[in-house]
Every structure is written in C-alpha cells, then in structure tokens.
Ligand binder design. Structure first.
Ligand SMILES: [Zn+2]
Length: 150
C-alpha cells in the first residue's frame, strides 16, 4: 500500500528542499569553510565536501566563514591535531541516499497523479471515471483517487 498523498507530498517537498540545501553546502564547501564553535569548545564544520566534528580550542567563537583553495574530498577522515580529534564524513554520503529516496517519491507521486488525471485509481489503476467516492476495486478513498494540485 502506498503512503497517503498528503504524507507523500510532504516527504516529496521536504526531501527536495533538503537535497538542494545539502548539494548547495557541498558545492559551496569546495571553496568555503563554514564552522561553528560552541561554548563548550566543540566545532562543527563544513569544508571540502565534508562535514566534521572536533573539539576546538576557541570556545564560543560562534560562526565563521572562510575561503580556501578549491578542493573536494571524498572519503571519511579522522585526524588528531594537538590532542583534538577531528572526524569528518563526506557530504555526498548524505546526499546520495536522500536524493535517491526523493527521486523515488517524486516518481511515485507523478505516476499516481497521471493515473488520477486519466480517470484511473491512483492506488490500483482501476478505471474509476464517473465513479464518486471510493474505488470499487481496492477501496481507496476519494482523496487518494482524485487529481490534486502540487
Ligand atoms: Zn483502486
């Protein structure tokens, strides 16, 4: 059974927005380092295609954005600098599954809408042109079988 259209629509747009944000961060991080130094001295940073965590040495510094020579890295990294542990993971590892899942949801939604517009049940494909209410074949509700916007 497919998820309810409203849920599908939410997942679809949330997935798309998150994918765009992550891709933007990823591309931007090839030229820029974004980091945030918390009060406790922890650092979260996005740099060279990686997102990383470390225990920094300038507590409470807050946000900073610094340019660097263009570079992208592709694999897990872990290093120790002056007793600080730096761990980072490649952003593409977050983007790839998210973009794939989002593409699948968009595809499902497109198929459902096409079926609905052609007078067929979005869930089972049964021809429900002229039928009001639930689908006689699979029992899908009217909100699931009728065309929607968005
Ligand atoms: Zn049906």
């Amino acid at each position: 059974m497919q998820p309810h259209p409203k849920i599908r629509k939410t997942v679809k747009w949330t997935g798309a927005v998150l994918t765009v944000i992550l891709v933007t961060l990823w591309v931007g991080s090839a030229w820029w380092t974004i980091d945030w130094w918390g009060e406790s001295g922890r650092v979260v940073y996005v740099e060279r295609g990686m997102v990383g965590f470390a225990s920094g040495e300038v507590p409470g510094k807050g946000w900073s954005l610094n340019p660097h020579a263009p570079e992208l890295r592709w694999w897990w990294n872990r290093s120790v600098v002056k007793n600080d542990q730096w761990r980072s993971m490649p952003i593409w590892m977050l983007v790839a599954p998210l973009a794939t899942a989002t593409a699948i949801v968009w595809r499902l939604d497109g198929t459902a809408r096409r079926l609905a517009l052609s007078g067929k049940c979005a869930r089972c494909g049964y021809d429900i042109a002229g039928i009001r209410g639930t689908c006689p074949e699979c029992g899908a509700g009217a909100d699931e079988t009728r065309p929607r916007s968005g």
